[in-house]
Design a protein around this ligand. Structure first.
Ligand SMILES: [Fe+2]
Ligand SMILES: [Fe+2]
Length: 136
């Protein structure tokens, strides 16, 4: 079962970006699927760490492009990325504090909601420019 369902409303209308986002969600789902909520704590922490690293890498790439382009919306966009990384760190802390904490539900709700909003607002603006500037 997927923790984050790919939704039509996630689409930015730019096929290569939609592919990247869809792939990101698929990898998160695969990682979350390999580990049940009652698995040993260190295994859950390891997988959450991988999810964090994956998302962080996607953001780092977008942020580098924004800096290279001297993108005016950089601060606002980066702030929103940082907000999601905070959320995931929060989930990791909850897992460490409370073994019964359902990280899958938290990922689905918090990360899923963030994706829905960010993919619909800040990413399309940026990616329209990236493509106009010839980045691929
Ligand atoms: Fe993105
Ligand atoms: Fe973004």
């Amino acid at each position: 079962m997927s923790v984050i369902e790919w939704k039509q409303e996630f689409k930015t209308g730019i096929p290569s970006i939609d592919y990247e986002h869809e792939h990101l969600i698929a990898v998160i789902n695969d990682l979350a699927d390999t580990i049940s909520v009652d698995a040993p704590l260190d295994e859950i922490e390891f997988h959450l760490g991988e999810i964090y690293a994956l998302i962080e890498a996607h953001f780092a790439l977008e942020e580098k492009i924004m800096r290279d382009m001297k993108y005016l919306g950089y601060a606002e966009h980066k702030e929103d990325h940082d907000r999601l990384l905070d959320e995931i760190r929060d989930i990791m802390e909850n897992v460490a504090k409370d073994g019964a904490f359902d990280y899958r539900v938290a990922l689905g709700e918090r990360v899923g909601t963030w994706f829905g909003l960010h993919f619909k607002t800040l990413d399309p603006k940026l990616h329209a420019l990236i493509h106009g500037a010839g980045y691929r």
